[in-house]
Design a protein around this ligand. Structure first.
Ligand code: ZN
Length: 161
């Protein structure tokens, strides 16, 4: 198990990294996180680590962790536990060797710690899927002159047919 002092030192280093500190849960991943028990999230983390990181030569190493789609993925990028290269750089875990059970538990602990901190931030607002300016423009009008665009902003009743 990772000690609090170790975690504090690590998270201080992560906070100093512009790249790592940029990562936060988007609205969708936050909603998933908020609606699932922590035990379940942690067990997903264990499974991801076992499947994607623990082999001596993981498949697609360096690209095996998506940027979104699960709160654990985001936590992995934020904590340098996303691939074997980052594990070596940030956690001194050598590449080319299968991860021990203890190392895997350490990684899950780091991810869980980041998620606990992240959960204290206000939840992000769900962004509208399509920006307003694109939503109002019909695809068929693409490529027409700006003059035509002036007429594309018709009242709804004219567009009905
Ligand atoms: Zn990485």
């Amino acid at each position: 198990m990772v000690s609090d002092t170790e975690l504090d030192a690590l998270f201080e280093r992560l906070a100093a990294s512009k790249f790592r500190s940029r990562f936060h849960l988007n609205a969708q991943d936050r909603a998933y996180f908020d609606s699932h028990p922590r035990s379940q999230i942690n067990s997903h983390a264990s499974k991801f680590i076992a499947a994607r990181l623990s082999p001596a030569a993981p498949v697609n190493d360096g690209k095996q962790t998506p940027m979104r789609g699960h709160p654990v993925f985001v936590a992995q990028h934020a904590t340098g536990t996303c691939c074997r290269g980052c594990l070596a750089t940030w956690h001194g875990i050598p590449r080319g060797k299968q991860l021990s059970q203890e190392q895997q538990e350490y990684i899950v602990g780091v991810i869980a710690h980041w998620l606990t901190k992240e959960a204290k931030r206000p939840a992000p607002q769900q962004a509208s899927k399509i920006p307003v300016d694109k939503r109002q423009k019909h695809p068929a009008q693409k490529g027409q002159s700006s003059q035509a665009d002036l007429f594309s902003d018709q009242p709804a009743f004219l567009k009905k047919t």
